[in-house]
Ligand binder design. Sequence first.
Ligand code: SAM
Length: 243
Amino acid sequence: MTDTVSFGYEDVSPEEKTRRVGGVFASVASKYDVMNDAMSGGLHRVWKDVFVRRVKPRAGEAILDMAGGTGDIAFRMEKSGAAITVADINPAMLEVGIERAAKRGIDGLVWSEANAETLQWPDRFFDAYTIAFGIRNVTDIPKALREAHRVLKRGGRFFCLEFSTTLWPGFGDVYDAYSHHVVPKVGQAIAGDAESYRYLIESIRRFPNMERFKEMIGEAGFVQTKVEPMLGGLVAIHCGWKI
Ligand SMILES: C[S@@+](CC[C@H](N)C(=O)[O-])C[C@H]1O[C@@H](n2cnc3c(N)ncnc32)[C@H](O)[C@@H]1O
């Protein structure tokens, strides 16, 4: 029997998941930014601001923003003077990011097609690795975490921003109802694609809880792992250090 992985609420082969996730982001790329605002009421901007404050990028550092998509995290970090590489498996998302950067007059970013599971950079290359709303879409998450550890220098830091499971009583039910019933409809109305948004919501539900994901980061070799929940854990920042 072949091993399966989750694609939303379905279990599929690893190859099929990678293919379907590619289809989701190719389909939503052009509407991705407007949908983020519509679905989160603009809150994703606040979460990303907090995230980058935690990362504390500094001039002279080399930082890999993995699953960087259309550049939201990179644009925030670039102001620090750090050298940022935006990497993503999906060329359609990167293309939108490159256009956005040009419109903003940002020309110092390196854009690179890459699969988080098999990075093309040598060992101990980056000072920090960031991944925002990306890791749950990766087929083999432990493999991606090991790769993150490999490409970081000793003393390098790993930061992940991802949806998780809120521990606030009642709020979880309201959010569940909103996400399952409203988000696909908004996806249909704005992006003409309910299915992709249904997947994005289902993938949140299948993602390991905060404690388990923290353990997984430790299993990849990181130390001093921590988690910072926001809205009770609806969204969480995980971090760890390579020594
Ligand atoms: C929800 S978007 C997040 C984009 C951006 N980080 C942000 O916060 O706006 C998820 C991104 O993960 C990328 N992705 C999915 N699987 C990946 C993989 N195996 N390696 C690299 N990127 C991947 C998708 O192409 C997509 O651009």
